[in-house]
Design a binder for this molecule. Structure first.
Ligand code: IMP
Length: 446
């Protein structure tokens, strides 16, 4: 049984928590795109852990965690996380327990990628070209990969090859750094030394993880594919150019891990009960500057809406059903995980965006042109809010306040798929699992 989970908004939907919950039933958890631009916050037994690169399933002892070829890996960040997890007794040093593996083919983020990311954002200032990236070098590393001058994890074990590749990569970049960005160049021999040292430390973690996945599938082991970021940040289908540089939609799981496209039984989309976005770019249902701004403030405040990676405050708005339906279609979702409903407790009224008004035309189509997306005016349906309730007394859907049940039903009716998980707080126990994707008698047998 293979289950894939993806964010369906602009990231930060609560994927860490969902992966943590589903990992209980998986034996292997694999990440397949993005890098340490992700920030997955998990609260287990009251203790908060933030992971950026290592799959969130790692908190379950004995589960195997894989970082697929589609991920861009900053080895320095990888070791920072490992050190913390080893200190907490979650992982063994030097991968002695064999629980964590990185694909030989994954591409490496080196300091010059981060520098380029930062130079570009600084150069853009507050102008139109600013993406508001996480400054982690993600875009430049993917650019190098596609331009065929990237450095793969396995290259860190081959000194001669690594040197050749660094010479090639830095020739061009140093010209850019010096002439255009007026910044110090990077020294090839320093980079080589840095890369080889990291390679030496990475050795016990490097593998052809694709083969492990294939073996696990043959043995019918349950596998969880952990998406990062969200569908609206997808490089093809998101609000381009205000997107990240990878395929965040579910389709990315196949090339990003090396399994075939027909490997997935269930695909669960994760959405908050409202919407947030960090960084620049269009956000039709944003409430800042509208009469609903106070509701947004409550949501931002109670939802602790600050980026887990950068600490930036997140922009807040109502749930956008036009965008959600688009994400259901792009990802082929079979169910929704509906997160952070508790943050909206006590609001008198809540709104759902059912249409956009673009150049006076009402539409339910998510626009392709960024200008249309920026000018889209949300058309709202207003529903009564629900009052605060004792979440510990809620064991099934019918125990929820009627208004919340109605809100969920409206969402399901609009997008055409069921809510399979409801999250009413950050902890593992603040979750209602209406159906478990690993236990669904799927119509698709893979
Ligand atoms: P990059 O991925 O650092 O290049 O950033 C590109 C855009 O994606 C920016 O708007 C970031 O704020 C956004 N982004 C990247 N990763 C995440 C994430 O994990 N959560 C939310 N937004 C993200």
């Amino acid at each position: 049984m293979n289950v894939s989970v993806v964010g369906v908004q602009w990231g930060d939907e609560g994927k860490g928590k969902v992966v943590d919950i589903y990992s209980k039933d998986a034996e292997v958890i694999v990440r397949y795109q993005g890098g340490n631009n992700a920030g997955h916050t998990l609260v287990v037994h009251g203790k908060k852990t933030v992971l950026h690169l290592i799959p969130s399933g790692v908190l379950h002892p004995e589960k195997i965690c894989l970082i697929g070829n589609g991920v861009v890996v900053d080895p320095a960040v990888f070791f920072e996380e490992i050190d913390e997890l080893v200190e907490a007794g979650i992982l063994k040093a030097k991968n002695e327990d064999g629980r964590l593996w990185v694909s030989e083919r994954a591409h490496v983020i080196l300091p010059y990628h981060c520098a380029l990311d930062q130079c570009r954002e600084t150069y853009a200032g507050s102008g139109k070209g600013k993406i508001g990236t996480t400054s982690r070098g993600i875009g430049p590393a993917y650019e190098d990969k596609v331009a065929r001058r990237g450095i793969q994890v396995v290259d860190l074990l081959y000194p001669q090859l690594l040197e050749q590749k660094l010479v090639r990569a830095l020739e061009e970049k140093n010209t850019l750094f010096q002439s255009f960005f007026k910044r110090e160049p990077f020294d090839v021999s320093e980079m080589l030394d840095y890369g080889l040292k990291l390679g030496e430390r990475l050795k016990p973690y490097i593998k052809d993880v694709r083969k492990d996945l294939l073996t696990a599938m043959k043995q019918k082991k349950p596998i969880l594919f952990e998406g990062a970021q969200g569908t609206l940040l997808d490089v093809d289908h998101g609000t381009y150019p205000y997107v990240t540089s990878s395929t965040t939609a579910s389709g990315g799981a196949s090339p990003g891990s090396g399994v075939s496209p027909n490997s997935f039984n269930e695909i669960i989309g994760i959405t908050k009960a409202y919407t947030t976005r960090v960084g620049t770019g269009p956000f039709p249902t944003e409430v800042a500057g509208t009469p609903d701004a106070p509701a947004g403030e409550q949501i931002a405040d109670l939802g602790k809406e600050f980026g887990a990676t950068t600490g930036r405050p997140r922009r807040v708005g109502w749930l956008d059903l036009v965008a959600l339906k688009y994400a259901v279609e792009i990802n082929g979702l079979t169910g929704l995980a509906f997160m952070k409903v508790d943050v909206m407790n006590g609001l008198k009224e809540v709104r759902l965006c059912t249409d956009y008004l673009i150049k006076d035309n009402k539409t339910q189509d998510f626009p392709s042109c960024i200008d249309d997306c920026e000018s889209a005016k949300p058309v709202y349906e207003t529903l009564p809010g629900w009052s605060d309730y004792d979440a510990s007394a809620v064991h099934k859907r019918e125990d929820l306040p009627q208004e919340l049940q109605d809100y969920m039903k409206r969402v399901e009716d609009y997008v055409g798929i069921p809510i399979v998980l409801l999250s009413t707080g950050p902890g593992r126990d603040e979750t209602l699992l209406f159906s478990n994707p690993f236990k669904v008698a799927s119509s698709k047998s893979v």
